[in-house]
Design a protein around this ligand. Structure first.
Ligand code: TRP
Length: 335
């Protein structure tokens, strides 16, 4: 099958900090197995990263880190398109056209906007409000068939679907309406300290998340001090979110079904189970970290990957953008 016949998958990540074990198990590890079946676009969405206060030097460092971590986690740049959103002319332009089809009220009603703008000290800038339109542009610019997204991004994907339909109705058939992609494994990885919320990096409580680049002794400490529930049986259950989350992690890391893991640790208690889990996570992340160290040192290699990625992405983006501009009534560019 030629590359262009494969369905197109696109998903983005913001370079706004270090990746967590949750990002790896719940997302990146699953993307890495899609490279055969799909044509994969993995923009690192740096334009999305500036809607909250940030330090430019941090953004640049995180962007390189994100790229190196992607590759270290198994996103093979020879079989996918990894690039920076800001390198491609088209994301911001398409988002402008789409924003003119977006009722402002829809954006005000977005859960993530409401949450982020309600945070103490938040700067409620227009970019924060328009964020989902830019995301829609990322997806529609490449006519993605499927978009792997977490629970928290479903509403944004729904907007992208609406905008595709609205553009098609307003002008004429142009965009595919993208479908969500629900991964087979991994699921949602929750915080080690509060299993009712998603695992994410937290400055106040570093114990909430294992970071991809944490040294082994830190990983061990975080896992051994993860909250568990009353009782001592290693068994998944809805009223035992702590141990259930650890079982999900064990299963995602080892590829073994949860029932098998429960059997193995029947009667063993939480302590023994956590030690085994720490060993498994460390063993999984060690080779990733080793590859990461090689890549992050090698700027020339990373630049080569970005160049290769942007060349393909830009060619596609131009095609879509010129079609969109023509349909919108803009005069063709004079060449
Ligand atoms: N908004 C997404 C997030 O915060 C990141 C993102 C930007 C994205 N553009 C995208 C995800 C396109 C999927 C497709 O996680």
């Amino acid at each position: 099958m030629s590359q262009t016949q494969k369905p197109l998958i696109l998903t983005g990540a913001k370079p706004s900090g270090e990746l967590t074990l949750g990002n790896y198990l719940g997302a990146i590890k699953n993307w890495a197995v899609m490279l055969e079946e799909y044509e994969c676009f993995f923009p690192i969405v740096d334009l999305h990263a500036i809607t909250v206060r940030y330090v430019p030097a941090d953004l640049r460092r995180w962007t390189y880190q994100c790229l190196a971590q992607y590759i270290a986690c198994g996103l093979d740049p020879a079989r996918s398109h990894i690039f920076l959103q800001s390198h491609v002319t088209g994301h911001a332009e398409l988002s402008w056209v789409l924003s003119c089809l977006t009722p402002v009220g829809d954006l005000h009603r977005m859960t993530q906007f409401k949450e982020k703008s309600a945070r103490p000290g938040a700067s409620v800038n227009a970019g924060l409000l328009y964020y989902p339109v830019l995301m829609a542009a990322d997806i529609l610019l490449y006519n993605a068939d499927r978009v792997p997204v977490g629970e928290d991004q479903k509403q944004h994907l729904e907007l992208a679907r609406n905008l595709a339909q609205r553009f098609n109705q307003t002008y004429s058939e142009t965009f595919k309406v993208p479908e969500p992609f629900i991964g087979k494994t991994g699921g949602r990885i929750m915080s080690l300290q509060d299993p009712s919320k998603k695992m994410s990096k937290s400055e106040d409580n570093p114990g909430e998340a294992v970071l991809l680049l944490d040294p082994p002794e830190v990983i061990r400490k975080k896992i051994l001090s993860a909250v568990t529930d009353s009782g001592k049986e290693v068994r998944r259950s809805d009223d035992k979110p702590g141990i259930s989350n650890l079982l999900t992690i064990f299963s995602a890391v080892t590829g073994r079904p949860i029932e098998k893991i429960e059997d193995e640790f029947a009667g063993a208690g939480y302590g023994t189970f956590k030690k085994a889990l720490a060993d498994a996570v460390i063993a999984e992340l060690e080779p990733v970290q080793e590859r990461y160290r090689g890549i992050i040192e090698d700027k020339a290699y990373m630049h080569g990957v970005l160049k290769q990625g942007v060349d393909v992405a830009q060619a596609r983006a131009y095609k879509t953008l010129s079609k969109v501009f023509r349909k919108a009534g803009f005069v063709d560019r004079i060449r």
